[in-house]
Design a protein around this ligand. Structure first.
Ligand code: NDP
Length: 255
C-alpha cells in the first residue's frame, strides 16, 4: 500500500495544492478542514484525476475533543500516517496591539498553535512506535521577523518555531523527520480571511508584485518529503522574488 499523508487546511490555498502534489505521487491522502463540502469536492477531483485513495476528515483543529474523535473514527487502514502536513492556519484583523481584538487573538492562537499540537499529539505516537514519519509544519516569514500590526499572528508562528525545534530534538531518537516550511506572500484565501471578507482590502495585499502561487509551496513540501531518508531539511524560507523579507518589498510591478 502507498504512503499516507495527512494535510490539514486542505479546503483552500496551500493545503489544497499540497494534497494535489501528493496525489501526483500516488500517496493515499487524508484531507482535513472545516468545510466538508469542499473536502468532498476535492476528494472527487483527486480520485478522478489521479486515481488515488482519499479520505475526508472534517475537523476544527481548535477543538480538542473533535480532533480526538476524528482520529478515533479514522479507519485502521488509514491510521499509519507517514507524513503530517500541519498547514491549517490563519491571520486575523491585523492592527496594533492596543486596538486589537482579543477574540481574533484567541482564534489565531487556538488555530495556529493549539491546533498544531492537538493534531500532532494524535499522529506522533504511531510514528514513534513505527520509528518512521515526517512532520512538516507550515510557518511564515513572520516566524522570523515581527512587522508591526501583525504581532500576534507573528507570535503564533514564533511559537511554531519552538514547537518545530522541540519536535525535531524529541523525535530525533525515533528517526522521525521534522521540517518547517516558511512561506512569504502566497495568493490564497489568506488575505480575504485576514481582512474578514473585505475583497477590496484583500486585493491590496498582493498589489504591485507577483506573489507565490500555492503550488510553489506545495512543490517545496513535496520536495522535502521525498528526499532520501537520511536527509532532513530543518527549516526553509520561500518568498516571492519581490519580497526580500517582511520589511523589504518591491511593489513596483505596475509603476
Ligand atoms: P487559506 O485561507 O487559503 O487556507 C487556510 C486553510 O486552513 C483552509 O483550508 C482552512 O479550512 C484551514 N483552517 C483555518 N482554520 C481552521 C480550523 N479552525 N480548523 C481546521 N482548518 C482550519 O490560507 P493559506 O493556504 O495561505 O494558509 C495555509 C497556511 O499557510 C497557514 O498556516 C498560513 O498561516 C500559512 N501562510 C500563508 C501565507 C500566505 O501569504 N498565504 C504566508 C505565510 C504562511 P476551513 O476554513 O475549511 O476550515
Amino acid at each position: 500500500m502507498g504512503k499516507i499523508v495527512l494535510v490539514t487546511g486542505a479546503t483552500a490555498g496551500i493545503g489544497k495544492a499540497v494534497a494535489e502534489e501528493f496525489a501526483k505521487l500516488s500517496y493515499r491522502i487524508i484531507i482535513s478542514g472545516r468545510r466538508e463540502d469542499r473536502l468532498n469536492e476535492l476528494k472527487n477531483y483527486l480520485e478522478g484525476e489521479y486515481e488515488v485513495e482519499v479520505f475526508v476528515m472534517p475537523m476544527d483543529v481548535r477543538n480538542k475533543q473533535i480532533v480526538e474523535q476524528a482520529f478515533i473514527n479514522l479507519p485502521d487502514a488509514w491510521k499509519q500516517i507517514d507524513v503530517l502536513v500541519n498547514n491549517a492556519g490563519l491571520g486575523l484583523g491585523f492592527s496594533p496591539m492596543d486596538k486589537g481584538s482579543a477574540d481574533d487573538w484567541d482564534t489565531m492562537i487556538d488555530t495556529n498553535v493549539k491546533g498544531v499540537l492537538y493534531v500532532s499529539k494524535q499522529v506522533m505516537p504511531g510514528m514513534v512506535e513505527r520509528k518512521s514519519g515526517h512532520i512538516i509544519n507550515v510557518g511564515s516569514t513572520v516566524a522570523k521577523q515581527v512587522p508591526k500590526n501583525v504581532s500576534i499572528y507573528a507570535a503564533t508562528k514564533h511559537a511554531l518555531n519552538a514547537i518545530t525545534q522541540g519536535m525535531r530534538s524529541e523525535l530525533l531518537e525515533h528517526d522521525i523527520r521534522v521540517t518547517q516550511v516558511n512561506p512569504g506572500y502566497v495568493e490564497t484565501e489568506f488575505a480575504l480571511v485576514s481582512k474578514k471578507g473585505n475583497a477590496e482590502e484583500a486585493k491590496k495585499v498582493y498589489e504591485g508584485f507577483k506573489p507565490l502561487e500555492p503550488k510553489d509551496i506545495a512543490d517545496v513540501v513535496v520536495y522535502v518529503a521525498t528526499l532520501p531518508q537520511h536527509v532532513n531539511i530543518n527549516d526553509i524560507l520561500v518568498t516571492p522574488l519581490a519580497e526580500a523579507d517582511v520589511f523589504n518589498e518591491n511593489r513596483s510591478l505596475n509603476d
